[in-house]
Design a protein around this ligand. Structure first.
Ligand SMILES: Nc1ncnc2c1ncn2[C@@H]1O[C@H](COP(=O)(O)OP(=O)(O)OP(=O)(O)O)[C@@H](O)[C@H]1O
Ligand SMILES: [Mg+2]
Length: 220
């Protein structure tokens, strides 16, 4: 199993839990939409799965390995080799160009790829998200939707087995949202990349094979 979430709970400080005893699995190549109202814990769940936040209790198991037991360095390797993350607020580095931002996750790989090939792939990904010619712009010289598309290209650079995408179409107009959604679905169909997509868009949610709805008790 690619991902197993077992009895996962998260509480911040002494506040009531954001979610508790959440369990579900995601097989290789599966697509899942995570839906529910603002503040219900969707980003928190993705951050716990991607090892960016630590759950209060329970297990996140990726490819049979409990990531909750990994050191930060081990987690960084697991993330670089397995997971592509599209953040809700893109998290691009302002001093780097679009292309350099896309290449950033390659620096965390244990075996660094050939630089020329990596650069060519970064350019190919930027072209796929409609940003040819803007590779050398910094985030401040791009629109919000363009930044989100750079973030998507960055999530794909290491050819991850699992994409965790937090509102990947939230900042986009209808046409660009469709391009990004199509890209995710194509990636799943052609490369077998599993997707967990947090979205408020019913159109995107319906394109995933199942939904985890926080509004109805957060079970899969
Ligand atoms: N670092 C933190 N410290 C304390 N509380 C937090 C922290 N991060 C998130 N929360 C709280 O946890 C709850 C879940 O937040 P989260 O960001 O996961 O929601 P969400 O479902 O992604 O919402 P949205 O749809 O608005 O993005 C919220 O009530 C939020 O205020
Ligand atoms: Mg969120």
């Amino acid at each position: 199993m690619l991902l197993e979430v077992k009895d996962l709970s998260k509480a911040y400080g002494d506040q009531s839990p954001v979610f508790s005893a959440l369990s579900f699995t995601v097989a290789a190549g599966e697509t899942v939409a995570v839906v529910g109202p603002s503040g219900c814990g969707k980003s928190t769940l993705l951050n716990c799965i991607g090892g960016l936040d630590r759950p209060s209790s329970g297990l996140v198991i990726i490819n049979g390995q409990a990531i909750t037991g990994l050191s930060d360095a081990e987690m960084a390797v697991c993330r670089a080799t397995t997971i592509g993350f599209v953040f809700q607020d893109h998290h691009l580095l302002p001093q780097l160009s679009a292309e350099e931002n896309v290449l950033l996750p390659t620096l965390a790989l244990p075996n660094r790829p050939d630089e020329v090939k990596a650069r060519a792939f970064a350019q190919e990904l930027l072209a796929q998200v409609g940003l040819s010619g803007k590779e050398h712009r910094r985030p401040a010289q791009l629109s919000g939707g363009e930044r989100q598309r750079v973030a998507l290209a960055r999530a794909l650079i290491n050819r991850p087995k699992l994409i965790l995408a937090d509102e990947p179409t939230g900042a986009l107009d209808q046409a660009t949202a469709t391009i990004v959604s199509d890209l995710l679905v194509t990636l799943n169909k052609q490369a077998g990349t599993a997707l967990i997509v947090v979205t408020h868009s019913p159109t995107l949610a319906q394109r995933m094979s199942r939904q985890i709805d926080f509004a109805v008790g957060a079970t899969a």
